[in-house]
Design a protein around this ligand. Structure first.
Ligand code: IPM
Ligand code: MN
Length: 336
């Protein structure tokens, strides 16, 4: 068995705590990783002024995968300029490594029954692309634009990934979520790409929801969804909502994927650094552990990935009660 080279970015706040539990569970599942630790995030920035040096990015490029805990300063801290780590580290990694899919699975019991859905969020375009700017900034007549960039290539590869995922799941159902009634240019491109790619997937049943309606359905009847495909910003918002209705953000895992495998993919819990609970043992490591399972799946360790995911979902269902961060890690480790 070859050893997978994995870059670990514990990051800030509870990031290192939850990543340690994820690595504990991976080891318990019998998968060997060749780990390299990377010091990145708010702490590193405050110490050195570096966000993501090119040399570090080049090292990451050569790895098989990256596991990230969380990055960001404490809420309310002004020491790190707003958006610096988001744009300079997280989004830069998504763009540079071409992590064009953000896959976020949700399982739990919600209003109206069981939830077993996955959101496929386009991860390199839309309003996140950085298009736009200011005119006459700081004057009473200033103008700020922030356009949504949607390329045929980017939309199509995202939609195709979503159809393939839907085909692999028992329900074979895929919903496009957008706002085609108002965003008529971007929406038209998404709808046409969806219909055209869908022609290759006759066994997948499709639906379309406007994003505002999808918010209602996610709250009132999330069980209706199997796979959702959507753009970057809608996906950002919908996945926080889906996390909230399916057991809380402490369970929400994500995979930032480069399905073409031209470089490593990156795996991270959806939650942030939660500086307020650092060192208290209250951080829930299940999202990080499930993210590590997604990483193993991507690395070809499907069996270990399935065992870990099953154990995480069992622990989530049973409730982790008053168990501490490391006790939850132990509980999952015992079950794999
Ligand atoms: C997420 C986060 C990021 C995003 C931020 C931190 C840049 O909210 O992964 O969902 O908006 O994508
Ligand atoms: Mn988000």
């Amino acid at each position: 068995m070859s050893t997978h080279r994995v870059g670990v970015i514990g990051g800030d706040g509870i990031g290192p705590e939850v990543v340690a539990e994820a690595l504990k569970v991976v080891a318990a599942a019998g998968v060997q990783l060749d780990l390299g630790h990377y010091d990145l995030g708010a702490d590193r920035y405050l110490r050195t002024g570096d966000v993501l040096p090119d040399a570090v990015l080049d090292e990451l490029r050569a790895l098989d995968a990256v596991l990230l805990g969380a990055v960001g300063p404490p809420v309310g801290s002004t020491a790190v300029p707003p958006g610096l780590l988001e744009r300079g580290l997280l989004l830069r990694l998504r763009f540079e490594l071409d992590l064009y899919i953000n896959l976020r699975p949700f399982n739990g019991t919600g209003p109206g029954g069981d939830i077993d859905l996955a959101v496929v969020r386009e991860n390199t375009e839309g309003t996140y692309a950085g298009e736009g700017g200011f005119l006459r900034r700081g004057t009473p007549h200033e103008v700020a634009t922030q356009g949504s960039v949607n390329t045929r290539h980017g939309v199509e590869r995202c939609v195709r990934f979503a159809f393939e995922l839907a085909r692999s799941r028992p329900r074979h159902h895929l919903t496009l979520v957008h706002k085609t009634n108002v965003l008529t240019f971007a929406g038209d491109l998404w709808q046409r790409a969806f219909d055209e790619v869908g022609a290759d997937f006759g066994e997948v049943e499709t639906a379309y929801n406007h994003v505002d309606a999808a918010c209602i359905y996610l709250v009132e009847a999330p069980g209706r969804y199997d796979v959702i495909v959507t753009d970057n910003l809608f996906g950002d918002i919908l996945t926080d909502l889906a996390g909230a209705v399916s057991g809380g953000i402490g369970l929400a895992a994500s995979a930032n994927l480069n399905p073409a495998r031209t470089g490593p993919s990156l795996f991270e819990p959806v939650h942030g650094a939660a500086h307020d609970i650092v060192g208290t043992g209250r951080a829930n490591p299940l999202a990080a552990i499930r993210s590590a399972a997604m990483m193993l799946d991507h690395l070809g360790e499907a069996d270990a990935a399935a065992r870990i995911t099953k154990a995480v979902l069992e622990c989530a269902r049973a409730g982790t009660g008053g168990a501490s961060t490391s006790e939850v890690g132990d509980l999952v480790a015992e079950r794999v």
